[in-house]
Every structure is written in structure tokens, then in C-alpha cells.
Design a protein around this ligand. Structure first.
Ligand SMILES: Nc1ncnc2c1ncn2[C@@H]1O[C@H](COP(=O)(O)OP(=O)(O)OP(=O)(O)O)[C@@H](O)[C@H]1O
Ligand SMILES: [Mg+2]
Length: 273
């Protein structure tokens, strides 16, 4: 009883803090030959607990950089990045990251790749492999558990990476164009799977994509970035009802209206490049 009584106020304060905050962040790269690239300029973003945010913007503007700042792989030149109210300091185990490029272990089978997270977190071997098999099935790779990444297609490797991340039920899920290598059908399946997973676990998601329709169909809020150096162009609250079914939502009139509006905004930036 006592525990419940003390746990409540703590949980209440914690839930008030956004899951992710970027506060007037700028990020500058200096390359070996002395060239300076400003990837982000004076950029602010706030992701609430349980919120699904999509980030769109022209190629090379700084979207992947934004995710690297949240994971702690990069530090901002100016400004601050906070996760669960604390400044980012190193790699946070509460964050799951699906990279733009494959990040599976080439020397491990599909099953060993997917089980790696739970094993690393101390789950008993049998339970870890049982869970891994379940996830391998969910991403449609049940016949490929013993294969090695080089024996798979690009899209299949991507599905391994998704299973590898989802299996850990991360509190914060960062995804960098995770579905772009997949065919339309698998892509739709994975998007639905992602939405189900997210609604069941109520984690926060930052989803980077080039595909505006994908962003609108999935997210609560869409951030549109300007051409490089990226700063915030606009944000859109997506008030389409949930649950959303991927094959259906894109044909709704409200969806089409929102797409048209955001696309007008994004087009200006794509044309700047
Ligand atoms: N480590 C780095 N060193 C130097 N420049 C970098 C580094 N990382 C990114 N950049 C530069 O910063 C800019 C933004 O890169 P970023 O990868 O964030 O873009 P992006 O919006 O994800 O693009 P895309 O849509 O093509 O994936 C680019 O000009 C890129 O060349
Ligand atoms: Mg990128």
C-alpha cells in the first residue's frame, strides 16, 4: 500500500516532462579539409510521452542529425538536448534506434541478431529466444531464422533490424526512414505493426521519412524542416482518428486535405535545394 502511495506523485511529475526536448539546437560539422557544414540551426522540438512525431524535410537538411543528437551519438554545437528531462549524456538504454542504414551484426544469424537485445539486458536464454522467434514470425521471416544477414535481401535485413529494436519495447523509438527499402505491401504491414505496437506500449516515437503520406498516416504531429541548415518550418497536428488502418486512411478526405497543405509547405523547401 505504502509503495503505491509514494509511487503516484513521482509518476505524475515524470509524465509532465516531455520525453524529448531539443532546445535551440545548432549542429555544425567541420570536415577534414576544413569545410564547415551547418546541419541544424536554432532548432527546437518537443516530443511528449506517448506522442508519435514524424519529421519530414528535404534530403541533406539534418533529419538524421536530429536523431543522432537524441541518441547521444552527436553533441550539439549550441543548445541542449534532453531526454526524460535530463541532458543527454552518452547512449541511453531506454532509446531504440532503427538506423537509415542496416545495423545488424553480419556474423550472427537472424535469430541471434534478434535475441541480442533481451540477452544483453539479462533475460534468460530460453525466454530470449522464445521472444526472438515470436518477433521473427511477426516480421515475416520465420523461414530465415538460421540465415545470416548476407544471405538476405535489403528489405529482409531491414525487417531483422526492426525486430531487433521492437523486441526491447523501448520507451523512446527513433526511426530513420525505416521502411523505405520495403515493397508497398510489406511496408504497409510494417506500418500497421508499428502502430499497434506503439498503441500497446505508449512509448514516444520520432519517425524520419521522405514520404509525406507515411508521416501523416502514422503521426500525431508532423515537423516540417527547412532546407539545410535545417530549422523548423512548421508543425502540423494530425487530428485523424485512431486506430488508423494504413490501406484505408490515405483515401479519407481529411487526409487528402492535410497532405495538400503540408506538401505546399514542403515543396517550397525542396525547390530551394
Ligand atoms: N559526421 C558528419 N561530418 C560532416 N558532415 C556531416 C556529418 N553528418 C552529417 N553531415 C552533413 O550534415 C548535413 C545533414 O545530414 P543528415 O544526414 O542529417 O541529413 P538528412 O536530412 O538525414 O538527409 P537524407 O534525407 O538524405 O537522409 C549533410 O550536408 C551532411 O553531409
Ligand atoms: Mg538521413
Amino acid at each position: 500500500m505504502n509503495q503505491t502511495a509514494t509511487a503516484k506523485p513521482v509518476a505524475a511529475t515524470r509524465l509532465d516532462t516531455p520525453a524529448i526536448e531539443l532546445d535551440n539546437v545548432s549542429c555544425r560539422f567541420i570536415t577534414a579539409d576544413g569545410n564547415v557544414t551547418v546541419a541544424l540551426r536554432d532548432f527546437s522540438m518537443s516530443v511528449a510521452r506517448g506522442e508519435f512525431v514524424a519529421v519530414v524535410g528535404p534530403t541533406g537538411c539534418g533529419k538524421s542529425t536530429t536523431l543522432s543528437l537524441i541518441t547521444g551519438l552527436l553533441k550539439p554545437t549550441i543548445g541542449e538536448v534532453r531526454v526524460m528531462g535530463e541532458p543527454v549524456n552518452g547512449i541511453d538504454p531506454r532509446i531504440g534506434f532503427v538506423f537509415q542504414n542496416d545495423a545488424v551484426f553480419p556474423w550472427r544469424s537472424v535469430r541471434d541478431n534478434v535475441a541480442a537485445g533481451p540477452l544483453f539486458r539479462g533475460k534468460p536464454k530460453e525466454a530470449a529466444y522464445e521472444l526472438a522467434n515470436e518477433w521473427i514470425r511477426r516480421v515475416g521471416l520465420d523461414k530465415f531464422g538460421d540465415h545470416y544477414p548476407h544471405q538476405l535481401s535489403g528489405g529482409m535485413r531491414k525487417r531483422v533490424a526492426l525486430a531487433q529494436t521492437f523486441i526491447n519495447s523501448p520507451e523512446i523509438l527513433l526511426m530513420d526512414e525505416p521502411f523505405s527499402a520495403l515493397d508497398m505491401q510489406t511496408r504497409t504491414l510494417m506500418q500497421d505493426e508499428l502502430l499497434q505496437l506503439w498503441s500497446a506500449h505508449s512509448g514516444s516515437v520520432v519517425f524520419v521519412t521522405h514520404d509525406l503520406e507515411e508521416a501523416i498516416a502514422l503521426a500525431d504531429k508532423v515537423y516540417v524542416l527547412t532546407a539545410r541548415p535545417a530549422t523548423l518550418k512548421s508543425t502540423y497536428q494530425i487530428d485523424l482518428p485512431r486506430p488508423r488502418v494504413m490501406e484505408e486512411v490515405r483515401y479519407e478526405q481529411r487526409f487528402i486535405d492535410i497532405s495538400r497543405k503540408i506538401w505546399a509547405d514542403l515543396r517550397e523547401e525542396v525547390q530551394i535545394r
